[in-house]
Design a protein around this ligand. Structure first.
Ligand code: IMP
Ligand code: MG
Length: 180
């Protein structure tokens, strides 16, 4: 993808507006409760931090790391736990924060793992949803930022080979016509 241009799928303004809306919705729904946000490293970090700025109820954060992708843009189909949470979830109102749901393998694995830790409640939010790519069914996401087409996207935390996470918008690659 060295000779490809980055196109904008969702502008910085639109992402920020939607993240604010979700933050306000979550704040309302968790009013009077303590929220424990669980971010999935590394992709969700940008979304997590921006979302947290719009949360008005008391909240804490923890992070874990899982891997389902070998490297580039194709899934290995296997989800591995790389770094577990620092704190227990028992009795807490847990909100798992993901960057994107693609095959659904990561969130399905996480739901099974985290629900065994007896949280008071367990909800999911993802900034992006690519429903066309779903392999694992039955993953119910409570708050979705944007439903997107089947494109490999970068920016706002999402990477291609660890790069481009810092783009302030959601972009995608388009190969340049080589003329050959
Ligand atoms: P799933 O397990 O297939 O649902 O994949 C979830 C993970 O794959 C996400 O947390 C991302 O890290 C990665 N991923 C899936 N699609 C994309 C994409 O379009 N761009 C960058 N990363 C992606
Ligand atoms: Mg991820």
């Amino acid at each position: 993808m060295a000779d490809s241009t980055i196109y904008t799928l969702i502008s910085q303004e639109d992402v920020e507006k939607r993240v604010k809306e979700i933050g306000e919705q979550i704040s309302k729904e968790y009013e009077g409760k303590d929220l424990h946000m669980v971010g999935i490293l590394k992709g969700s970090v940008y979304y997590m931090v921006e979302l947290a700025k719009h949360i008005t109820c008391p909240m804490t954060m923890d992070f874990m790391s899982v891997s389902s992708y070998e490297n580039a843009t194709s899934s290995s189909g296997v989800v591995r736990l790389i770094k577990d949470l620092d704190e227990p979830l028992e009795g807490r109102n847990v909100l798992v924060v993901e960057d994107i749901i693609d095959s659904g393998r990561t969130l399905s694995y996480l739901l099974e793992l985290l629900s065994k830790r007896n949280p008071a409640s367990l909800k999911l939010t993802t900034l992006l949803d690519k429903p066309d790519r779903r392999v694992v069914q039955g993953v119910d996401v409570d708050y979705v930022g944007f439903v997107i087409p089947d494109e490999f996207v970068i920016g706002y935390g999402l990477d291609f080979e660890q790069h481009y996470r810092n783009l302030p918008y959601i972009g995608y690659f388009k190969q340049e016509e080589s003329g050959e």
